[in-house]
Design a binder for this molecule. Structure first.
Ligand code: BES
Ligand code: MN
Ligand code: ZN
Length: 461
């Protein structure tokens, strides 16, 4: 797919950008016959429309693409990228000023992504000449990472269990000379990960903690953590059918962390990278953990279970406690943690939580720049008491129905105390409907953003 972005072409077909405001002046510069062709086709620069125009011998002479006017209320930086996978085979080059050339180049590669494991799909053949000033290698690196992780999210749980997540991380490590250690099954108990074990023990596919390290030991320590629930039935608090249907994507946090790790290693950022993925299946069996159980945790806190469907925060808590132990400069976790985050912000805008105001400002500034949108929600201290338990150090959920994404973030924060900076992303990992650069299905959220942030803080030499 990444061969669709080329550095140059002697035969590139021009793609002219226009909008309803400047259509008349664009039209005036076209040959008479093409003016007539555009008119006959009813094209007048409408946003989202394109027109492939022939020359006299019937070859493609040029393409017109209607985009948002410069005063539009919302401009999608990926917008023009929707032409890839739509245009016929050939080489193309944008003419006129792109609002965000890097975003368009990336969208060109991400737009035609399809999940082809079980069914062939026609290969897109329209290649784009990389716009001037855009770093070709960087765009390809990001597109590769996103596509590989979309595949992980889209793969159903019968073909991607905790073992499959481990295999994916081992393959990633092999590509980059990283080191992987896995704590498997009952070893989770002896090595101090009781909550990962409790959540995952009811599955025939053993729970595990996957621990990848890469980079020079004396570089700043950066740790990425991803929720790897291969499938979330809800456990004994079983989900209703409609809520369970999409739960193959409950490892979307792991997929995002994997994508970020792939970019960091690919760009050889001068960091000591650690990727931690607790990988489990939240299944139902006689040995499943139960509502009302009190679990020990790596951190030493006792945790009362209010609902076995709030499994993600439990496995993350043990992984975060481990991450925190070597006092890294930075911890980021990614997790499809709550339905409440979707109620608050919808599928395309994941909330993030951090006590670090400088980091929050950096993320807010970089998110629109890399078109990986997020929104800060508060770690609202007064809600902390919603996690009180009568018999344990804390409950893992609030008994009420309010502020579900915030209380989940507050719970996670109880397990991080030594890292210099910590951010949690409550992501959806799914496109319910297709948009330019974002075909429907599995999606990677917040990974390019964290990569951009790390690249800014730790630029490659
Ligand atoms: N994986 C789900 C959250 C989820 C559901 C994310 C749908 C995206 C889409 C998580 O494990 C879960 O079930 N959370 C519960 C928590 C509740 C029981 C406190 C939720 O959000 O309903
Ligand atoms: Mn759940
Ligand atoms: Zn879940």
């Amino acid at each position: 797919m990444t061969d669709l972005l080329i550095t140059s072409s002697p035969t590139a077909i021009p793609v002219h950008l226009c909008n309803t405001g400047d259509w008349d002046s664009v039209k005036a510069r076209l040959p008479r016959a093409l003016q007539a062709f555009a008119e006959a086709s009813g094209f007048s620069g409408q946003n989202g429309r394109h027109l492939v125009m022939p020359d006299r011998s019937g070859n493609i002479a040029a393409v017109l693409l209607g985009v948002e006017a410069s005063d539009a209320r919302h401009r999608d930086p990926f917008g023009p990228g929707r032409l890839s996978g739509v245009l016929p085979a050939g080489d193309y080059a944008f003419k006129g000023k792109l609002a965000d050339p890097a975003a368009v180049a990336l969208a060109w590669l991400l737009n035609p992504y399809r999940f082809t494991r079980y069914r062939e799909q026609p290969l897109p053949k329209a290649r784009l000449v990389c716009p001037r000033g855009v770093d070709h290698a960087e765009v390809v690196r990001m597109a590769d990472a996103v596509a590989a992780s979309r595949d992980l999210v889209n793969t159903p749980a019968n073909d991607l269990g905790p073992d499959g997540i481990e295999a994916a991380i081992r393959a990633l490590a092999a590509d980059h000379g990283a080191h992987v250690e896995v704590t498997l099954g009952d070893d989770l108990l002896t090595r101090g990960f009781p909550m990962i074990h409790a959540v995952g023990r009811a599955s025939v596919r053993a729970p595990r903690l996957i621990d990848l390290t890469w980079g020079k030991p004396d570089h700043p320590r950066v740790t990425l953590v991803g929720k790897g629930v291969a499938f979330d039935t809800g456990g004994l608090n079983i989900k209703p059918d409609s809520a369970m249907l999409l739960m193959k994507k409950d490892m979307g946090g792991a997929a995002a962390a994997i994508a970020a790790a792939r970019m960091v290693m690919g760009a050889k950022l001068p960091v000591r990278l650690r990727l931690l993925v607790p990988a489990v299946e939240n299944a139902i069996a006689g040995n499943a953990f139960r509502p009302g159980d009190v679990l020990a945790s790596r951190k030493g806190l006792s945790v009362e279970i209010g609902n076995t469907d709030a499994e993600g925060r439990l496995i993350l808590a043990d992984a975060l406690a481990l991450a925190d132990e070597d006092e890294p400069a930075f911890i980021a976790d990614f997790a499809t943690l709550t339905g409440a985050a979707r109620v608050a912000l919808g599928p395309d805008l994941p909330p993030f939580y951090t006590h670090d105001d400088r980091l929050a400002a950096d993320l807010a500034r970089l998110a629109p720049k890399v078109n990986d949108p997020v929104w800060r929600l508060p770690l609202w201290g007064p809600y902390d008491n919603l996690l009180e338990s009568r018999i344990a150090s804390l409950n893992h959920i609030s008994s009420g129905a309010f502020a579900g994404s915030i209380t989940a973030a507050l719970f996670l924060n109880r397990f991080v105390s030594r890292a210099a900076s910590y951010v949690h992303f409550d992501i959806f990992a799914w496109n319910p409907t297709a948009k330019p650069g974002r075909p429907d299905g599995g999606e990677v959220q917040a990974a390019r953003l964290i990569y951009a942030c790390l690249k800014e803080r730790y630029p490659a030499p």
